[in-house]
Design a protein around this ligand. Structure first.
Ligand SMILES: Cc1cc2nc3c(=O)[nH]c(=O)nc-3n(C[C@H](O)[C@H](O)[C@H](O)COP(=O)(O)OP(=O)(O)OC[C@H]3O[C@@H](n4cnc5c(N)ncnc54)[C@H](O)[C@@H]3O)c2cc1C
Length: 427
């Protein structure tokens, strides 16, 4: 089959890899100059299936409001009226009930753990794929009694997925991760998840795209998808802008993997999915003293920032802003990331050479991604990866390729398709 993949982020490149392995003739396009330039560029780099869970959780609306009132709030939202945002927030509030949270968390865990298995297979299959992959676990630092209590509760879910974990006091955590010795942050204990990993998703996109391109997958950059084209209930192709020219590209199947832009393109054929951006920031800091830098990924739960070592760099990411599609890089936000990092890791980093970045998490209101067929024959989705897209990408790529190739998926797809938003797949 001739398959078009729209978007060369982690979602697009991963599905292209699996489609290529299934023997399809695959073409990938992206409006940027190369792969992994959107949300997949500067994310935290955490491959943390144990943390995969919805932002829609009991008590979360109150917590978000309280956080937004703090002086250096990790959470911000715009009060300007925006119908798309209001509709998304209404759906999100509805998902914050305890019963919904449990269902959504289980669905996200199902995808995330499956995805880690798929990533391992992919690493074994693609020779020399190098993306600063590191599998030495995550240490979640806990400061308040409430954070400690919530971590104990979360560990029960981890048991149900056979995820190894260990709760520990500050001394034991510092013995495990000595780089934390020098900091003056006031965390009390930690949850250690030895099975977690980290890696640079942008380098992953570049490396994997190069590999499949060398095996016949064709990549086109600087090409914007502007409209889906249908006839008689079937997708027949897409319209694109390529070097200022409007062109029509034909395909037997098309996968929308456009991150936060998926909803806009689907609306050109009257389909609606609730994917809305949640902005975040990161800084990438050169490591000047390898001995003083962390070995494992660190999640500072109190300040909601994640720190991962990517080779000779430290990536620090966090913040959540509901401000639409605006990608303005606000210096006060990245300065706050630097300040919080210095408190944890005062040594071995060249803060003066840190590179700042802002990106958008393509969020669904309930949390899980939206995968597979749509009402339009030949049109598939690999969208709504939210704050876990890097962790999920290898698995969701495989699941969408399963749908295209007519192979039964290895995991239950209940709650992972567009059907939960009232969009039936074609019969
Ligand atoms: C601050 C931050 C920290 C994060 N940390 C983590 C983490 O630690 N672990 C984790 O698992 N996830 C994390 N995430 C989430 C993760 O980065 C995303 O879920 C993931 O990158 C989404 O991948 P994607 O391929 O769907 O989207 P993108 O990477 O955005 O890819 C979409 C592509 O489509 C292209 N495109 C868009 N519109 C068009 C068009 N009309 N025509 C052609 N091309 C188009 C874009 O150029 C882009 O390349 C984080 C996100 C942020 C913002």
């Amino acid at each position: 089959m001739r398959v078009l993949v729209l978007g060369a982020g982690v979602a697009g490149v991963s599905v292209a890899y699996h489609l290529w392995r299934d023997g399809h003739e695959v073409t990938v396009l992206d409006r940027e100059a190369g792969p992994g330039q959107g949300s997949s560029f500067g994310n935290a780099g955490g491959l943390c299936p144990g943390f995969a869970g919805p932002w829609a959780a009991p008590g979360m609306p109150g917590k978000v409001l309280r956080m937004a009132l703090q002086r250096h709030a990790p959470v911000r939202f715009s009060v300007r009226p925006d119908v798309e945002r209001l509709l998304w927030v209404a759906k999100w509030l509805d998902q914050c009930k305890a019963a919904r949270f449990r269902i959504n968390k289980a669905r996200m865990q199902r995808v995330a753990h499956y995805s880690m298995r798929c990533m391992q297979e992919l690493i074994d299959h693609v020779p020399g794929l190098s993306f600063d992959y590191h599998s030495s676990g995550t240490l979640q630092l806990l400061e308040t009694d409430q954070e400690l209590e919530l971590a104990h509760l979360a560990s029960r879910t981890l048991d149900s997925f056979q995820v190894p974990w260990r709760m520990m006091g500050r001394d034991e955590a510092v013995a495990l991760e000595p780089s934390l010795q020098a900091g003056d942050s006031t965390w009390k204990g930690a949850l250690y998840l030895p099975g977690d990993a980290s890696g640079d998703s942008s380098r992953f996109c570049t490396g994997l795209a190069d590999y499949i391109a060398s095996h016949g997958v064709s990549f086109h950059y600087g090409v914007s998808a502007t409209r889906l084209v249908q006839a008689g209930g079937r997708l027949t192709g897409i319209e694109v802008t390529n070097a200022g020219q409007r062109e029509r590209w034909e395909a037997d199947a098309c996968i929308v993997a456009l991150g936060c832009q998926a909803s806009a393109l689907l609306s050109t054929v009257g389909l609606r999915i609730p994917v809305y951006p949640l902005k975040g920031y990161s800084i990438t800091i050169p490591i000047t003293d390898a001995e003083a830098a962390p070995r494992m990924a660190i999640m500072d739960e109190h300040n909601k920032i994640m720190l991962t070592r990517l080779g000779d760099r430290l990536r620090v990411a966090g913040m959540a802003e509901l401000v639409g599609y605006d990608l303005t890089l606000h210096p006060d936000r990245t300065a706050l990331l630097s300040k919080l990092t210095r408190r944890l890791l005062p040594r071995g980093l060249d803060f003066s050479a840190a590179s700042p970045w802002a990106g958008l998490r393509p969020m669904t209101p309930d949390g899980p991604p939206i995968l597979g067929a749509t009402p339009l024959k030949g049109l598939y989705l690999n969208a709504g990866h939210g704050s876990n897209g890097w962790t999920q990408a290898c698995g969701t790529g495989r699941l969408v390729a399963d749908a295209v190739s007519g192979r039964p998926p290895a995991i239950d797809m209940d709650g992972l398709t567009a059907e939960r938003f009232g969009m039936k797949a074609w019969a």
